[in-house]
Design a binder for this molecule. Structure first.
Ligand code: HH2
Length: 279
């Protein structure tokens, strides 16, 4: 189906995430928020215990486990698939045991290459994301020859690595890594030419949600005030073929993408029942 999409709701069990740090560090608060995200229409819940914001410090494995596992164990019945946002084998292994079926690695198996073997053996999905450098340094003067060509070549190489480690190609999702070692212009160029990433042939994930380039454009310095900017970016990404939308604001994103998809397709989405034909 053209422009089918899935929404990945962000569940950050962290004290320091850039837009919602500390809000859901407590397991009860995280579980309650997961329920809201699922009720709002999240198809996937992406649980993370380590912030990847610029200049973030790494989190020890024990602490990351302590944050995410108890939450994953309690949110499996919400009807959404569970994704673990981690680069660590030990965290991914525990998360898979606790019900996750997607490994979202912002380092695309560069941080711990053995993670590819775990994904292969478990037969689960993985998201491979582009990042220039690492969170502590990625926003220090990022440069590319051609950002889209460079990101595309990187993703193709990481996909080849994963397949070489035994991951089935149909289990791989790709993500250009909006905001990860990119200027605002790099992010805009990636979104404008997203069809070139889509052309690789795997479903593309986009994570624009509340990110700082939206604040640069709109003048909104508070991340939670960037929802409309997020929605605009995601609608255009849908038109260019993105398949999965990683967002904090599931309800607003879902409504916008349903309308955009219906407009692009010329048919009503199967998931909604129109209540009126006159308005
Ligand atoms: N962005 C963030 C974290 N994980 N994963 C993918 N695949 N794509 C993204 O764009 C992406 C991601 C950063 O957002 P957030 O989780 O809200 O912030 P933080 O890393 O500070 O927890």
């Amino acid at each position: 189906m053209p422009h089918a999409f899935r929404i990945m709701g962000v569940l950050n069990v962290t004290p320091d995430s850039f837009s919602d740090g500390g809000e859901f560090l407590d397991a009860d608060a995280a579980v309650a928020h997961a329920g809201e995200l699922a009720a709002d229409g999240a198809d996937i819940l992406d649980v993370g215990g380590e912030s990847t914001r610029p200049y973030a410090e790494p989190v020890p494995v024990d602490e990351e486990l302590r944050r995410v596992v108890p939450v994953l164990e309690r949110i499996g019945g919400l009807g959404a698939a569970l994704s673990i946002d981690t680069s660590k084998v030990a965290v991914a292994r525990a998360a898979l045991q606790a019900g996750a079926t997607i490994v979202n690695d912002v380092t695309a198996f560069r941080s711990e290459p053995e993670l590819a073997g775990l994904v292969a053996d478990a037969g689960v999905d993985c998201c491979l994301m582009h990042m220039l450098g690492e969170p502590r340094t990625m926003q220090v003067d990022p440069r590319y020859d051609d950002v889209v060509d460079d990101v595309k070549a990187f993703l193709e190489a990481r996909m080849a690595f994963a397949i070489g480690e035994g991951v089935a190609e149909e289990r791989i999702l790709l993500d250009p890594g909006i905001g990860f070692g990119k200027t605002a212009d790099h992010n805009l160029e990636l979104l404008r030419r997203l069809d070139e990433i889509v052309a690789i042939g795997r479903p593309v994930v986009v994570g624009t949600s509340r990110k700082s380039f939206l604040g640069r454009i709109t003048g909104r310095s508070v991340p939670a005030e960037r929802v409309a900017g997020t929605v605009a970016a995601n609608v255009l990404a849908l038109e260019r073929g993105a398949a999965v939308f990683r967002v904090h604001d599931v309800r607003e994103t879902r409504d916008a993408l349903l309308v955009a998809a219906a407009t692009l397709a010329g048919t009503w989405p199967a998931t909604t029942t129109p209540t009126s034909t006159t308005t």
